[in-house]
Design a protein around this ligand. Sequence first.
Ligand code: MG
Length: 387
Amino acid sequence: MKKKIVILGSTGSIGKQALTVVSDNVEKFELIGLSGWENINLLKEQIFKHKPKIAVVKNEYLAKKLKNSLSKHFNIKIMWGIRGLIELTTIEDTDLVVIAITGIASLIPTYEAIKKSKNIALASKESMVVAGEILTREAKSRNLNIIPIDSEHNAIFQCIGNERKENIAKIILTASGGSLYNLTESALNNVTVEEALNHPNWEMGEKITIDSATLMNKGLEVIEARWFFDIPVDKIEVIIHPQSYIHSMVKFIDGSIKAQISEHDMKLPIQYAMTYPERIKNNYPVIDLIKIKQLTFKSPNYKKFPCLKLAYKAIEIGGTMPAVLNAANEIAVNAFLNERIKIVEIPAIIQTTMKNHKVKTNPVIADIFDADYWARQEALALCVKNK
Ligand code: MG
């Protein structure tokens, strides 16, 4: 029996690699549907190759354009917008929905997929950061898996395996430190966009590369880990591991630590999330420990990188605060990328936005969107004021 797969965000970096996993294992997977939003040229190529039954794009105009570019003999339903995404995630007979669209746009499709009792492989950080409490509660009540694709959480997921939750003493998230970790405080003050975008180990989008440089990426991952593994935040520790070969670790009550080690290649966590609970062979790069020689570790510098502490604070406060942290960060990072603020101003903008927020506890999805919208306006006003 083939696993029937739907991929949201098939034209992005994670989505493309998920499709590679599908085409490397045609005997294991059948692609039912995909969404590509604006890049319809690539989407068209993917449709020719994988012959899905459903495709979703951003709007009606692009849907017509895509339809016209495909031959009449193509038996495919093309839809658009958020309704299209919802229909795609809730389509009958799918075994797994891979969610790899960026930003808070991933939240509604993720929520709807869970409500329709779909198992999910989740790459979109924001859903879990802003609404982890809601998503995991809904998934648990239906006995569903939300399998993490993000390399750290996928590593933790592998380390935990069948271990009992009460035996976990600590989750240890590893961080590369990003492009700026070794700079002095005064050098940090004058960092250019180009310097900040120069990540040592991973090739990623601009937003996440800046988040790595400020350590906010790790902060968001602390929040994700809290929900993915239903673990109190004081049991989640961050450690700087510049080589990034250990993707994360789990320490147990007897002092034993399990680590997941592999190359810097997202295809492995994507494949594991898609084949779970099976493991399958592949031809992806395998780590050569002799060549690597050494793995090093140090504590994070919270003073130089306050974003990490802000994330801990947001999840300790809970309710709508993580959504506010996430939204304020997105606005501040964007302002830095557009050279309107300095990188060191990012945490100050987030902190003030958080301070001005009236937290709503036990939020529903609508509260999350309200908080997100409010925080964006607030942070935007602060960015302008700082200028
Ligand atoms: Mg990560």
